[in-house]
Design a protein around this ligand. Structure first.
Ligand SMILES: Cc1cc2nc3c(=O)[nH]c(=O)nc-3n(C[C@H](O)[C@H](O)[C@H](O)COP(=O)(O)O)c2cc1C
Length: 345
């Protein structure tokens, strides 16, 4: 029987447990140059010390105007590689594997003078109206993702995650609400995402899995639901996505379609649907901070991996605490052994 501390293997990715730290923007690049700082080093390495099996570095953007804010991480230049490599190497030394979320904010780029998007549709009445990318600019954007992935690989990551969720650029292309294009990228709403996936895979070592994070449903009036997301994700699976990270929403004001996220495990039913219908490994996320609950998601085979976001912001040692509660074995730095006397090693 599998549980949260059963090792996980997918292609060449080998994790010591099934606990994932999901990407969480830190908005801490004070020089606005996209280069990771000491804050990022401390933030990620402490979760590695705290026992997480996989750490996914926050949304890291493929061009300056692809950032939500100018304080985001970037991967549009080789100058971004050394600071990321330092984080990856240190996390490895504490037994964690590292992924990075490669992204572009599209119309949600708040500090861009004029954000770009599939179509000139503003996020809401307070946000800037984006400029529609030309067809050749869309092709250049695919190339920017390819280069970003190539730099992440050079920084030593174990896995790549593409951000196809939360109303950012890839999501904007596959949502009928934000993609009103008449060219090939509007005729096939998944074309941009598929080309990004193929470009990413082209740069990745053969045995490295590609994670795609998606919003399995939109929360706006008239937004797509799980049937539509299963359909477009099937196309993404065929294009090369290996693991799906199942989130939801982020495309607009949520009021009309109900407030999500009010209950523990609120997105697990979506993850389970994906696992069963698409026959793919999935990461479940969303208010899974109770170890017994997170463990049950694995034990009941609703997901292959469980991500704990805000729970890890509160407690970098979430994984070690979970091992104590669940009476499981865990790697623990010898310096901290006395703090966790009940953990089996
Ligand atoms: C501070 C913060 C920053 C976040 N930044 C990102 C991000 O960069 N990329 C992303 O896909 N999700 C982001 N998220 C969403 C989380 O990855 C996660 O899906 C969400 O917090 C729900 O999980 P939780 O209930 O365990 O926190 C962020 C969440 C928080 C709290």
């Amino acid at each position: 029987m599998k549980d949260l501390f059963t090792p996980y293997e997918m292609m060449d990715l080998k994790l010591k447990n099934r606990v994932v730290m999901p990407p969480m923007c830190q908005y801490s690049v004070h020089n606005k140059d996209g280069i990771a700082t000491d804050w990022h080093y401390m933030h990620y390495v402490s979760r590695a010390v705290g026992g997480a099996g996989l750490i996914i570095i926050e949304m890291t953007d493929v061009e300056p105007d692809g950032r939500i804010s100018d304080y985001d991480l970037g991967i549009w230049s080789d100058e971004h590689i050394p600071a990321l490599a330092r984080i990856v190497e240190a996390c490895h030394s504490y037994g964690a594997k590292v992924g990075i979320q490669i992204a572009h904010a599209g119309r949600k780029a708040e500090d861009a003078a004029v954000p770009v998007a599939p179509s000139a549709v503003a996020f809401n009445s307070n946000s800037k109206t984006p400029r529609e990318l030309t067809t050749s600019e869309v092709k250049e954007m695919v190339e920017k993702f390819r280069l970003g992935v190539s730099r992440a690989i050079r920084a030593g990551v174990d896995v790549i995650e593409l951000h196809g969720a939360h109303g950012y650029l890839i999501h904007q292309f596959h949502s009928p609400l934000t993609n009103l294009r008449t060219d090939e990228y509007g005729q096939d709403l998944t074309l941009f995402g598929k080309e990004v996936i193929q470009a990413a895979k082209g740069e990745m070592p053969e045995g490295m899995p590609l994670i795609l994070r998606i919003s399995a449903k939109e929360y706006v009036e008239g937004g797509y639901g799980i049937n539509e997301s299963l359909t477009f994700s099937k196309a993404y699976k065929e294009a090369g996505a290996d693991i799906f990270h199942i989130s939801a929403g982020g495309e607009g004001a949520i009021a009309a379609a109900g407030q999500p996220g009010t209950h523990a495990a609120y997105q697990v039913p979506l993850a389970r649907e994906f696992k069963q219908n698409l026959n793919v490994p999935v990461i479940a996320v969303g208010r899974l901070d109770e170890p017994v609950l997170a463990n049950s998601v694995i034990g009941n085979e609703e997901a292959d991996l469980v991500a704990v976001g805000r729970g890890m912001l509160r407690n970098p040692y979430w994984t070690l605490e979970a091992a104590v509660q669940l009476n499981k074995e865990a790697d623990i730095p010898k310096q901290y052994g006395l703090g966790f006397p009940r953990i089996k090693r």
